[in-house]
Design a protein around this ligand. Structure first.
Ligand code: ANZ
Ligand code: ZN
Ligand code: ZN
Length: 858
């Protein structure tokens, strides 16, 4: 028998697979299709265990479905634009492309060394002009469709990355990449109008049954639909006189989810960035204090604003507005807790019902009018029938933010108040009738800011002409190529690259300037999975028939950190491309699996700075790729964190060795009987061992199939181990001669061997192929072999052993038919413990099928 040597067989088989072009998948085959996809990596250097886990999961699924008879699309590529390449280039005085392509080569050879079954012919590299050309083309289609806007507004600026960021890339006020605190700047930037799809992005989450709940929840929260109303307040003088016929300039509108609380509005607050604030205070004594407040508000960091519990500061504007519901005059303040880009940037402050307003009222000594109360509130009895404002202060510690009864609220007094309440509906109706309010749905989702002031990205294909404005680069001139001659270390950027900038206007032919911003790298990852279906197309991003035949992705696998960013953007791209008529599906990823992290042996995240990184190549060098793959899949369910334990890996390596030997033995190819233990023969009868093996063979095939369909790779491997145990017992008690002499046993042994090898083939493909070719004497690769079938009848155990307890103590064991009726089992149990129940009364006898019979006597 040949010894198991992964270091010899793995590279050799990888070469054979490549030579046979094994993983090439045709487009127009009759077979049913599966698209298995792992998130493409950023080429940051060599691969880490997180990659190994991510791609091992994908590879097992790809190989499994292939054996199940599908044509499997399983591609790999690189998300190759982005800042780390630029930083590396600056550090080493080289070009980002050099660093990027070198890393791609390294990663690619690591993936090959892991034995992943990618169709390398379909590779997509985001920084290749053949790919980014079509990213630019899609940008232009979006533009034509009205989904692109260029506008000036306050944006997130990362001072360390020296570029703007989308809202999704600001995590608790910090840059997603470098964790620096993000600043606000007023800049003219490019946006994708993802907000046009806010409602559909929210609604269609319901279709995504195959997505983790928490990802859908995060997306729903991010989209943040909020149902309420807009209410118009009219500017008035200090005596409360408002123009009878107000113009738009006299009106300030607010968005509120709590119109029911209008009677409790005791002041009014504008965001520091509110448009028109300057005009309100110009030339008054309030101008300077307001300006000071606005300046100071810029220093309230985004981190603090996001948390919302900073000390609130404000200034009075000297102006008043009239509350449309009761004609009351309300002072207008400006304060740093109101954000400019939500609702209208103005709020009707109701300190009694809103905690932020409450805190502000306390800080500036503004009235807190109780207009909503719980029925158990001490004030309730006094105020419950009071329509007028008689109490204007409370001794509370916080606002009353839940449902309650409206008081001091005119005709609405006594109604239930709260979000979507009776009171809210009544007030909105009244406002609508007087033309001072209307229903409104707000979303937290903002348009996607996609321009970046960085070199290593996809150039935005636009030209600025003094005469014609900003116009798209003609399609036939795409791609706008990134210039190669740039010295980033010397501070050069696209914006300083004269040759790049200067061009002619495609409309009027006069000199014009190119746009120098590049696109967010998340635009590259928003459609790469479509390009895989037609990667070499030079006429279009992809052929619609091809993309529609493969997409949506059946199983997508990647990290939870993309819950909002990549996964939301990809859904937007899909819907926009659908509306452009380029694809015919609504959602890109039918099933999503977010794999858990790989932690070190103490449960800590692995990082270079902690020095606790386990390098995949070291583990491969020691145990081979098959053991690493199988171990990673065995150690934990795929969505849970995995704690590294090298002993466990050594155990899996031993298991592969043991089964290797078993397979040779089972087919009598070991040369000698390596596992036969004549001394054991007496303990277990060979006929019983054969029976058990046959049953396990059928049971385990059924179980592994079920487990694979549910991504339970760990329990699938555990079941294969059980089958191997049954095979082991059989080999201990039968000799090669015994088996050769009994044709039924010989057939059983071969079938068991082939089954084990096939079941492990998705996890340990080299090991399996080598056994398939040597011990089992077949040609070709298991990738092309059908998955084993099973007979559920044969999988059934015919007898089971049950413990019999009397008053909690095990007194006997009985063996009964597996399908025995409960009454028969009870009778057998009572008979077996008759000595312990004699003279006593049996109170109950409970049968727990397959496990025990519990008898209580007294
Ligand atoms: C009056 C009111 C009374 C409010 C009350 C709440 C409770 P969601 O649910 O998140 O949509 N708001 C509106 N625009 C704002 C802005 N630009 N910056 C800060 N806050 C703003 O929140 C809606 C509520 O947030 C609105 O309803 C408004 O305060 C506030 F007892 O109006 B409410
Ligand atoms: Zn940054
Ligand atoms: Zn022009």
């Amino acid at each position: 028998m040949k010894e198991y040597n992964p270091h010899e067989i793995e590279p050799r088989l990888q070469g054979e697979w490549a030579k046979a072009d094994l993983f090439h998948v045709p487009d127009n085959d009759e077979k049913p299709k599966k698209y298995i996809l792992e998130m493409f990596p950023y080429p940051s250097g060599d691969i880490h265990m997180g990659h190994v886990r991510n791609y091992s999961i994908g590879d097992v699924l790809a190989r499994y479905h292939r054996m199940r008879g599908y044509d499997v699309l399983h591609p790999m590529g690189w998300d190759a634009f982005g800042l780390p390449a630029e930083n590396a280039a600056i550090k080493h005085h080289s070009h980002p492309a050099k660093w990027t392509y070198a890393n791609i080569e390294t990663q690619k050879s690591s993936f090959k060394r892991m034995g992943f079954s990618y169709d390398w012919d379909r590779t997509v590299v985001a920084c290749d002009p053949e790919y980014y050309r079509w990213g630019q083309w899609i940008f232009e289609q979006f533009w034509k469709k009205g989904l692109v806007e260029r506008r000036n507004s306050p944006v997130n600026w990362c001072p360390s990355c020296e570029t703007v960021l989308a809202n999704e890339q600001v995590i608790e006020g910090r840059c997603w990449r470098c964790h620096s605190e993000v600043e606000k700047r007023d800049l003219t930037q490019w946006y994708f109008k993802i907000t046009d799809y806010a409602q559909e992005l929210l609604d269609d989450l319901d279709q995504l049954d195959g997505w983790p709940e928490r990802v859908k929840q995060q997306q729903a929260n991010w989209i943040g639909r909020s149902e309420g109303a807009e209410v118009d307040f009219i500017l008035c003088d200090a005596d409360g006189n408002a123009p009878a016929d107000p113009t738009d300039d006299d009106i300030i509108t607010v968005f509120t989810t709590r119109a029911d609380t209008l009677f409790g509005c005791s002041f009014f607050v504008l965001a520091p960035e509110y448009k028109g604030l300057d005009k309100l205070v110009a030339g008054t004594e309030y101008e300077q204090p307001v300006k000071d407040l606005v300046e100071a508000a810029k220093k309230v960091t985004a981190v603090e604003r996001a948390q919302g519990n900073h000390e609130k500061h404000g200034a009075f504007t000297g102006r008043y507005v009239m509350n449309p519901i009761n004609g009351q005059k309300v002072p207008v303040w400006v304060a740093d807790y109101v954000v400019a880009d939500y609702g209208t940037g103005a709020v009707m402050a109701v300190p009694c019902g809103d905690q932020r307003d409450f805190e502000f009222a306390r800080a500036y000594d503004l009235p807190i009018v109780p207009i909503i109360l719980g029925e158990d509130d001490p004030l309730y009895d006094t105020l419950k029938d009071e329509q007028n404002r008689v109490v204007t202060s409370v001794d509370w510690d916080e606002a009353y933010a839940t449902e309650g009864r409206l008081v001091q609220s005119g005709p609405y007094t006594g109604m239930v108040g709260g979000k979507h309440s009776e009171g809210e509906a009544a007030v909105v109706k009244a406002l609508e009738e007087m033309g001072r309010g209307r229903r409104k749905v707000e979303y937290r989702l903002r348009d996607w800011l996609i321009s970046r002031q960085r070199y290593w990205g996809n150039p935005i294909p636009a030209i600025h002409c003094e005469h014609c404005g900003t116009v798209p680069v003609p399609e036939e001139d795409l791609p706008v190529m990134l210039p190669k001659d740039i010295d980033l270390a010397a501070g050069e950027t696209l914006a300083t690259h004269e040759e790049f900038i200067n061009t002619t206007c495609p409309v009027c032919g006069r000199p014009a300037k190119r746009e120098t911003d590049t696109m967010d790298t998340f635009t590259c990852s928003s459609w790469y999975y479509m390009r895989y279906t037609d990667p070499h197309n030079d006429q279009a991003p992809f052929d619609s028939a091809k993309v529609n035949s493969w997409m949506p992705v059946d199983q997508y696998i990647g990290g939870i950190e993309h819950a909002i960013l990549h996964l939301l953007y990809s859904r937007f791209y899909t819907k926009a491309l659908r509306d452009l008529g380029l694809v015919n599906f609504d959602e890109p990823f039918t099933n999503l699996l977010c794999q858990g992290m790989v932690k070190d042996s103490n449960g800590e995240t692995m990082s270079k700075s902690k020095g606790n990184v386990i390098a995949p190549e070291d583990m491969i060098a020691e145990y081979g790729a098959d053991a690493v793959r199988t171990y990673i899949l065995f150690m934990a369910p795929p969505d849970k964190d995995l704690q590294w334990d090298e002993e466990g890996l050594a155990g899996i390596y031993k298991f592969l060795n043991r089964v290797w030997r078993q397979v040779f033995d089972l087919v009598g190819a070991a040369g000698e009987d390596t596992l036969y233990q004549p001394a054991n023969k007496g303990k277990e009868k060979p006929a019983d061992a054969a029976k058990t093996l046959l049953r396990e063979r059928h049971r385990v095939v059924g179980k592994v199939g079920d487990d694979m369909e549910r991504d339970n790779f760990n329990t699938a491997i555990a079941a294969i181990m059980e089958l191997s145990n049954a095979a082991g017992t059989f080999l201990h008690v039968t000799s090669a001669e015994d088996r050769a002499a009994n044709s039924e046993w010989a057939a059983l042994a071969r079938d068991a061997a082939e089954t084990i090898v096939k079941l492990l083939a998705p996890m340990a493909p080299h090991w399996a192929d080598e056994l398939w070719n040597t011990a089992l004497g077949h040609e070709g690769f298991l990738y092309n072999e059908p998955w084993p079938t099973f007979d559920p009848e044969k999988a059934k155990a015919d007898e089971v052993e049950l413990a019999v307890q009397v008053n909690g103590k095990v007194r006997a064991r009985i063996t009964v038919a597996a399908d025995a009726a409960e009454d028969d089992v009870r009778a057998a149990a009572l008979e077996a413990v008759a000595a312990h129940t004699e003279g006593k009364q049996v109170v109950k006898a409970i049968v727990i099928p397959g496990r025990l019979v519990n008898i209580v006597v007294k």
